[in-house]
Ligand binder design. Structure first.
Ligand SMILES: Cc1cc2nc3c(=O)[nH]c(=O)nc-3n(C[C@H](O)[C@H](O)[C@H](O)COP(=O)(O)O)c2cc1C
Length: 375
């Protein structure tokens, strides 16, 4: 980085953190005084407009290929590494519950390195005013999109009244989305499923999408499975209910005004490209990105048609990643947490087992690489 870049980055960071502090102050004072959301939104927007930080909303989001939000997976460690493999694939955060954003150590939940961009924030919640506040923060922290989780079937999420249960109450979900849209210029998107329990008809999905689209959501990521809330664990709900891609295609045909992204069971870029060729707005890959990240080195070229300069070998990518790993280890992060996203790197390669052992038996990336190059 030259001194001009360093200066620009520093001044942008200082300006951004000043805005965040001011936004925080405005939001808290306004909530305490029960000021209506619209008034908070207008004020925050004015502050952002007057700031010297260029709004990330100005950058268009390309969703032709994305990596799905995954709890305990798509954290900063994963995203930093994925950025060495693909510059253009949109990366989602894990679902961040609203409570963590509004009451927790927000900096820890939301801060991320701009080198991970483009990044979309996924939130879990069902309180319109809280979600509006979160939408304001997502913009201030530099995310490119804020996504509302309407597909998670976990018991704690159901208990909190958000995730998949939001599909049962389209009017309320629309209210949540409207509140978010009014408080940010970022795209507000929704990730949902094709149905839940007995509510698996096209009409059910159409009504949900219709109501939420009316509130200002133009992009829907649809996991092509229903959730069966009685009798299946969250993990089983990702594999037992059958995939039904035709439902997603029908929705896309009925709503050409919307960007419909398909998710569920997509294992390769070839499959993702097939969905794009069939007219869908994008393909989102979850588990296959975690299990086989190296395949994303072809994503920029094959999906986005762009030649990015990327490390040509796995070892090259790991060497490029090493300074980041050293830094977070020095900050006290345990090696196994930084190493987890790297476990699948040699999948289907002769060295796969050796690599997994190297990661399990060493405590630095350099040592793990040493195992790989040793005779
Ligand atoms: C470990 C794990 C954690 C997940 N966490 C989330 C989450 O935080 N938010 C969400 O919307 N979906 C979550 N999902 C679901 C994925 O985003 C995706 O919809 C699902 O895995 C289907 O896509 P796939 O077949 O490509 O994996 C999670 C999935 C897995 C495997």
């Amino acid at each position: 980085m030259n001194s001009q870049d360093a200066y620009t980055r520093l001044s942008t960071t200082i300006a951004a953190s000043a805005i965040i502090t001011r936004l925080r102050g405005v939001a808290h004072t306004a909530r305490a005084a029960q000021v209506p959301i619209r008034a908070i939104a207008a004020h925050c927007r004015k502050m952002m407009a007057e700031s010297t930080v260029r709004s990330p909303a100005l950058a268009a989001v390309d969703r032709r290929l994305s990596v799905a939000p995954m709890m305990q997976r798509t954290d900063s460690h994963f995203r930093r590494f994925m950025r060495l493999l693909t510059r253009h694939t949109l990366l989602y955060t894990e679902m961040i519950p609203l409570g963590a954003i509004l009451e927790g150590p927000r900096e820890r939940s939301l801060r991320f390195d701009p080198r991970e961009q483009p990044v979309a924030l996924q939130v879990g919640g069902a309180d319109p005013s809280g979600l509006a506040e979160a939408a304001g923060y997502s913009e201030a922290y530099g995310y490119r999109e804020i996504n509302l989780n309407c597909g998670c079937p976990s018991h704690s999420v159901q208990h909190g009244g958000f995730g998949i249960v939001l599909m049962r109450t389209p009017a309320h979900t629309a209210e949540c989305v409207r509140a978010m849209v009014e408080n940010t210029s970022l795209p507000v998107t929704v990730k949902a499923r094709i149905g839940l329990d007995a509510q698996r008809s096209d009409a059910f999905l159409d009504d949900f999408v219709g109501a939420v689209a009316e509130a200002g959501c133009k992009t829907f990521i649809i996991h092509a499975r229903s959730a069966w809330l009685k009798g299946l664990s969250p993990k089983q709900n990702r594999s037992v209910p059958p995939l039904d891609y035709a439902r997603v295609h029908r929705l896309a045909r009925k709503r050409p005004d919307l960007d419909i992204i398909i998710n569920g069971g997509i294992r390769s870029l070839a499959e993702a490209n097939q969905f794009l060729a069939q007219g869908l707005g994008g393909a989102m890959i979850g588990r296959a990105a975690w299990e086989h990240p190296w395949q994303f080195t072809e994503a920029d070229q094959r999906v986005f048609g762009v030649d990015s300069s990327l490390p040509p070998t796995r070892e090259g990518a790991l060497r490029a990643h090493a300074p980041y790993v050293d830094r977070v280890l020095a900050d006290g992060e345990p090696f196994h947490r930084v190493a987890r996203p790297l476990v699948g790197l040699y999948r289907d390669q002769p060295k796969a087992r050796r690599w997994r052992r190297a990661l399990a038996e060493t405590r630095t990336l350099d040592d793990a690489l040493g195992h790989m190059t040793a005779a």
